[in-house]
Design a binder for this molecule. Structure first.
Ligand code: FES
Length: 154
């Protein structure tokens, strides 16, 4: 391979313009980066957006032992994320896990015993009340009943 006058001469008479190879590699690299960026955005959206569909139930049941004191158990309720919390005083609470600001999924902060929304820093108490940030109203409450060691949500 040798070059002369802005052309690159490859083996057996194949000629490639000097700038076109760089342009081709730039297009390939751009395509790879666009694909990787799209995949990352899709994964991030899937994590933050509420789920829909297949696991919809009007009543969901768990053994009481699934939710020890101070812990939270996330589950699907009518196709949307929900959470069951046993507060430190032993009270069980079921809430929608969808933030009332723009719909991100809240996360349980066990050490603080409150929920944090990762999108804009909204904070909710273990009862779902707004503690801070932009959420305009509390997390939606879901009715629960316990019977013979089983928690029925819904
Ligand atoms: S979506 Fe939760 S604070 Fe904005």
């Amino acid at each position: 391979m040798y070059s002369a006058g802005g052309f690159r001469f490859l083996s057996k008479g194949v000629i490639m313009e000097a700038g076109s190879r760089r342009k081709f590699l730039g297009i390939c690299l751009g395509g790879l980066l666009a694909g990787a960026g799209g995949g990352l955005l899709y994964t991030l959206f899937g994590y933050l957006a509420p789920r829909r569909g297949s696991n919809a139930h009007s009543v969901v049941s768990f053994p009481v032992t699934d939710v020890p004191v101070g812990t939270a158990k996330f589950f699907d309720y009518n196709g949307k994320p929900a959470v069951l919390i046993r507060q430190k005083n032993g009270t069980l609470v079921a809430l929608s896990a969808v933030c009332t600001h723009l719909g991100c999924i809240v996360q349980w902060q066990k050490d603080k015993e409150e929920f944090l929304c990762p999108c804009h820093g909204g904070r909710f108490s273990s009862a779902g009340l707004v503690l801070g940030g932009p959420p305009p109203k509390p997390l939606e409450s879901i009715p629960i009943a316990t019977n013979n060691g089983t928690i029925n949500v819904g």
